[in-house]
Write a protein that binds this ligand. Structure first.
Ligand code: ATP
Ligand code: MG
Length: 143
């Protein structure tokens, strides 16, 4: 198992539900370590760029509105198999299809307002980390 870094975002509905701590608890219980974190309120330009891969999808403009509707909490998670591990803890995009006990099954209200984001592969993880953090904002564990 490779040691990896990935981006996790608690989306505006997750911040509104006041479950940042609960989500961190689940990630940490799975052995993932937070090595950087910041809260920000995305601009339309930032959200549009972040989800540019979905530009042609019918839900794109709603997705940008949703992601800019309130602050988000962004973190870099580090650990063995971090990319897939985070996606497993999140659950499927559609909460109705998410496995019981996943974040989306427990907290998401719809396929759009689904509480969390996670990078979907090594290349996306690299791009998303660079999107939100400079090297000097990342704090590798020293103990
Ligand atoms: P994310 O990229 O946010 O981690 P994901 O990888 O599970 O989620 P994607 O297919 O990349 O799912 O979709 C990005 C986001 O767009 C979803 O998390 C959701 O907020 C929104 N979305 C996806 N599909 C739909 C849809 N059919 N209708 C409305 N919103 C959608
Ligand atoms: Mg995705």
């Amino acid at each position: 198992m490779a040691r990896e870094r990935t981006i996790s975002i608690i989306k505006p509905d997750g911040v509104e539900k006041n479950i940042i701590g609960e989500i961190y608890r689940r990630l940490e219980a799975a052995g993932l370590e937070i090595v950087a974190a910041r809260m920000l309120h995305l601009t339309g330009e930032q959200a549009g760029k972040f989800y540019a891969v979905h530009r042609e999808r019918p839900f794109y403009s709603d997705l940008v509105s949703y992601m800019t509707s309130g602050p988000v909490m962004v973190q870099i998670l580090e650990g063995d198999d971090a990319i897939d591990k985070n996606r497993q803890i999140m659950g499927a995009t559609d909460p109705a299809k998410a496995d019981p006990g996943t974040i989306r099954a427990d907290f998401a209200s719809s396929i759009e307002e689904n509480v969390v984001h996670g990078s979907d592969g090594p290349e996306t993880a690299r791009q998303e980390i660079a999107f939100f953090f400079s090297d000097d904002q990342i704090c590798p564990r020293t103990r």
